[in-house]
Write a protein that binds this ligand. Sequence first.
Ligand SMILES: C[S@@+](CC[C@H](N)C(=O)[O-])C[C@H]1O[C@@H](n2cnc3c(N)ncnc32)[C@H](O)[C@@H]1O
Length: 248
Amino acid sequence: MSEFQQVGSGNRRSTGRRRRSIAQQWLNELLVTQLDLRGTGLNVVDLGGGTGGIAAALAEAGHTVLVIDPSPDALAATQRRAAEQELSDRVTAVQGDTGTLAEVVPAGSADVITFHLVLERQDGAADALAAMATALKPGGLLSIVINQRLHRVWHQAEAGHFDAAREILQDTGLLDRAGLLDLLAAGGWEVLAEHGVGVITDHVPEASAEGYSDELLELEAAAAGNPAYLESATRLHVLATHVGASDD
Ligand SMILES: C[S@@+](CC[C@H](N)C(=O)[O-])C[C@H]1O[C@@H](n2cnc3c(N)ncnc32)[C@H](O)[C@@H]1O
């Protein structure tokens, strides 16, 4: 087990300036702690960074973040957020996507790439991962988060959409842990750590959580690395490093 897997509640620090879901807060804290193990002032690329929540958390922790996203609205929101939090000197937002990564990020220049909730399907994923391997420095870190297929099945079933739930159950092109790990192995990535996101929090009704957010955050942190939860977690976070394609 790597040091990146073992980060626990003892290493957690609250980023708590703005309200965010407890699961997202846990993920941000996990990532900040994992990057702390690698160093300070890292050069992070947040690919598909959306409205910049993760970028702000990492910039607040002292890293420099380039947010790349195809959506002008998302980029504008990222810039607004960075300005509000007085982080504009450490957060830059540019338009782009997985296909244009090489035009925006020179090969071998990024310490870390975060790629959260962008990949949904197996299709095109291998090319996206290869582009990220090129952009990273040797030994650089990839932080990837996916929504898991099995959770989507529950989500549809809970809403009474049983046909949709069955379609998703049978749609093996949608990513889940096994599919993601296969893709990473085939692309020459070594997995350093795996954590579930929303392992506990996503099953706790708002009413039960009210007034207990610190306790729930501690519980989420304690459960997130438990291997038994990884397959069924709403979202899966994997930290990986590129060690060379298997056919190199
Ligand atoms: C669900 S949001 C996730 C935002 C953020 N990463 C997070 O975890 O909160 C997905 C983001 O991916 C962006 N996106 C969609 N296709 C993309 C692609 N091919 N390359 C990079 N980003 C993409 C969307 O514009 C959107 O902002």
